[in-house]
Design a protein around this ligand. Sequence first.
Ligand SMILES: [Zn+2]
Length: 489
Amino acid sequence: MYKTLARKYRPQVFEEVVGQEEIVETLKKAIRINRVTHAYLFSGPRGVGKTTIARIFAKALNCANGPIETPCNKCDSCIEITNGSSLDVLEIDGASNRGIDEIRNLRENVNLLPAKSRFKIYIIDEVHMLTNEAFNALLKTLEEPPDYIKFFFATTAPEKIPPTIISRCQRFNLKPLKREDVKKKLIEICEKENIKIEEKAIDEIYDFCEGSLRDAISLLEQLIIFSDEKVKYEDVRNLLGFPETKKIEEILKYILDKNYINCLETFHNLISDGKDPGLILESMTGKVKNVVEVRFGKESPVLEEKIIEEFKRIEIEKIFEGINYIIEFKDRIRRDREPLLMCEILLLKLCQLWGQEKRKIEEKEIKAETIFDIKFDESEEKKYKEFNWDEILKEIKKIKPTLEAALREGKFEKIEGNSIYVVFDRKFNFHKSMVEKHSSKIEKIIFDYTGKKYKIIPVLDENKKSIVENPEVKKIIEFFNGDILKVEE
Ligand SMILES: [Zn+2]
């Protein structure tokens, strides 16, 4: 008989359980010192071992050699529990047996002694799905359970269980499994099954299954059927219906260029290739998340440099706002009858939010150019002149017109000592930072003109000056690549 991999490799003793060492040790100890209580609650995300642990626990208690930390898996009781045919270990799915009738049956059943085992054990999966009436009925049993009764509850949503029930259970919270743990298990299965697999493929399986070992093994099984000789990274992406990374980066680049038409075209090409709109949006979220991580200092080898650079110029709040749009739309297209139209609206919104005006892109190019292009003619004989701002601007214009243009957006305010203050309105913040960046060049031109060393200090509008110059505030502004919108007393 064909067994799925998940069944074939389901742990049969505590030692085989992956990644839940503390919980397993606590249960083994309870068996060892004979302190097994009558009700346990295992909570945690799907596929991390809740019912697996409950079954092993049941075996350990009912094993012919038991109660024992390591069940023999050979006696009738152990074998029946493995097969799901034990009369004394009853598995109930809370999702399909929600009503009071089932629980009333259970309550009547509870009064009957175990058929042939030490304990009568109820494993109730997804227990939070029970109705209130069912919970009330269950509570009565939990208040005065006979000695031979054990309840093992499993749930993905413990917050939906009444506190009166929870307080009568010993509770264990299972965490999502770690990457290393899942990888190790998958590699072990591949070795036993004689399957070759790329490590990158295993990582991708992990990323998709988010710490659920059961999901990871099921996915691996599909991949084995789907792939030729070796399971490759691209196989995983294909099987999951993900669009190519390259295409997603293309969409993002068009968004950043505010090029809605091309953005839409790339999107429609993906759709006609049979890609799922939801997965396209998910891939986009993943990419933008990487961008944010880079902002916070994480290295990302998976992103194109250009995209990272472009995103750096967007305020972090706007990036988060965009991510929220994508997540919201991803949710909406699942219910909406016109998912494509929804996606188009989303792309338009993102172009609006993240797209750079063409003017700004040109400015950026100019800015890049100015860094390299300024040349001074050192051989020229110098005749120094009196300080005159307008004349100095003309000098700057001769050498680098764009820098002069930037300075003209500001207003020469005053000279204090040897500091020249130029004030910029907030909307010319870009010009201000351009001046800041090239201040030493400007200072050199002024020196060549006047023969005196001046320092150029560009500042934002008067009432913001002191705030802007505060080093802490500067740090924050730099970090978020932001700007001060308003200063309040
Ligand atoms: Zn046994």
